[in-house]
Design a protein around this ligand. Structure first.
Ligand code: 9WY
Ligand code: RBF
Length: 454
């Protein structure tokens, strides 16, 4: 079995992934807007030996039939939130080993400015950054807010392809890694190693010099989570780390296999993509104790939250359908994985399911030993490289996992050693902080072919 990597899944808002758990007496998620909250979590992650903290993100808001329902404000479901890049900056400043992965939208960001923002964080952190590339699953309200046209689901991935090809040129091709000499008796930068880029794509164009020099990793570690056919193909081409929603071992195994096949189709090796699954659990001293704790969490959910939350990610109002309607009859231009993962179920089944775990997966409820057994069985059964812990209660669930489950997993020898100072070295067991030769970004180092030809 592969050695496993672990990250913490978070959102810079008061609730997690479409459920309203902030009222739970032990949940401190409502403190998401304080530096203390993030510093506590960063310390738990770093001292607990997790590889990274992951910040998901959404623009836009929940709308049911064109209106934001009051429940969204009553429960802090979708808004307000903080900017993940600025939260990341604070976390990176207060840690020395932990990686931070932030979600950035190729629908809404400006690639030239975005490239500099990521390079800045990679530079200041000594190469501890990752980018979760999303096309924005909540696109319908987000485009209204930004005043830009809506782009259909699959076309958003074409746009994403153009976006990444431009930022690859800026990160990999504009400044050679050793361009800065900072020699007080000579050059600050070697003019022969500073290049212009030229990108004329279907969606984005840019010409001229990059605004920041080569950062420790060049390109941040590329995460991707899209699970639709277009998302998976994109992930196979560009992703180094695919984040998959939890499910049964069989579902995860099929998903992990499909992602590796997509990588091979793009000329990369099946193992060049790390597949990491979301994992949510409630740990108790006994199974009954864990179940009692989980029941308390479920008691805070209301059916109104379920409707608003499902509409937020898909634009679909499930309350308007006959509960017997098969999910395969529905279609969305927002987050397609939130429809397709329910194939075989009816609208009524999904309402029940979503009520329990929203956009995420069903929690595993048990003792620390049982959780460890389950984690190992999932990893073995689905050929996984690791997990993103999606805590139910913060920081309690994360502390429980690192204090009670991680030691068992370490004792069983299944935790990756996570060596190296950059996030890429930690996650990929590579001895280089930069991308491997089979990644498409490497061709953006156009100066290499010029040098080779001359
Ligand atoms: C996230 C996990 O439709 P797709 O599934 O390909 O524009 C659509 C795209 O944003 C959706 O992709 C959406 O599902 C992707 N997505 C996530 C998907 C999965 C499966 C585990 C996490 C995701 N996290 N889209 C995000 C996120 O934080 N922000 C986002 O916009
Ligand atoms: N965000 C989306 O915009 N669309 C999705 O389909 C979606 N699926 C997710 C699935 C899982 C298993 C997890 C853990 C997160 C997902 N997210 C998705 C991220 C969601 O938490 C984020 O967009 C928001 O920041 C929630 O507040």
């Amino acid at each position: 079995m592969k050695k496993l990597h672990f990250g913490l899944f978070e959102n810079a808002q008061a609730n997690d992934s479409g459920r309203a758990t902030w009222r739970h007496p032990e949940n401190q998620r409502d403190q998401y807007d304080t530096l203390d909250y993030w510093m506590t979590l960063a310390k738990v992650c770093e001292e607990g030996g997790l590889d990274f903290l992951f910040l998901a993100d959404a623009w836009g808001w929940a709308e049911v039939n064109g209106e934001r329902p009051d429940i969204a404000s009553v429960e802090g479901l979708d808004l307000p939130r903080l900017d993940p890049f600025i939260v990341a900056s604070a976390i990176l400043a207060h840690t020395s080993k932990l990686g931070v992965v932030m979600t950035g939208s190729t629908l809404l960001e400006q690639p030239y400015a975005f490239a500099r923002r990521m390079a800045t964080l990679d530079q200041l952190s000594g190469g501890r950054t990752g980018w979760n590339i999303v096309t924005t699953g909540t696109a319908d309200t987000a485009v209204k807010a930004f005043g830009v046209p809506m782009v259909a689901h699959d076309e958003r991935y074409e746009m994403a392809d153009d976006f990444v090809r431009l930022v690859y040129k800026l990160w990999e091709g504009a400044w050679e890694p050793d361009a800065l000499t900072k020699d007080k008796q000579g050059n600050f930068a070697d003019p022969a190693k500073v290049h212009t880029i030229d990108h004329q794509g279907p969606y984005f164009t840019s010409q001229g010099y990059g605004n920041s020099a080569y950062s420790p990793q060049g390109t941040p570690v590329l995460f991707q989570a899209g699970a639709s056919p277009a998302g998976r193909a994109f992930g196979g081409r560009h992703g180094e780390c695919m984040f998959v929603g939890g499910g049964t071992v069989e579902q995860l195994a099929a998903h992990s296999k499909a992602i590796r096949e997509a990588a091979v189709e793009s000329g990369r090796s099946a193992d060049s993509v790390k597949v990491m699954a979301e994992f949510r659990c409630i740990i108790g001293d006994t199974k009954e104790d864990a179940q009692r704790r989980y029941d308390e969490v479920l008691a805070s959910q209301t059916p109104e939250v379920t409707i608003a939350s499902y509409a937020w990610f898909t634009g679909l109002d499930l309350s308007a359908y006959d509960p017997e309607t098969p999910m395969t009859e529905l279609h969305t231009e927002l987050s397609q994985s939130q429809v397709s993962r329910f194939a075989g179920l009816t609208v009524g089944d999904v309402l029940k399911d979503w009520h329990e775990h929203g956009v995420g997966s069903k929690a595993f409820v048990g003792t620390a030993e049982e959780v460890a057994d389950h984690v190992i069985a999932m990893a073995e059964g689905a050929n996984l490289d690791g997990f993103l812990l999606s805590p139910v209660i913060q920081p309690g669930s994360t502390i429980d996992f690192v204090e009670k489950v991680m030691p068992i997993l370490r004792e069983r020898g299944v935790v990756a050693p996570s060596e190296g100072s950059t996030l890429r070295e930690r996650l990929t067991e590579s001895t280089s902080p930069t991308l491997p030769a089979d990644h498409p970004a490497v061709s953006a180092r156009a100066y290499e072919s010029v040098t080779a030809a001359s």
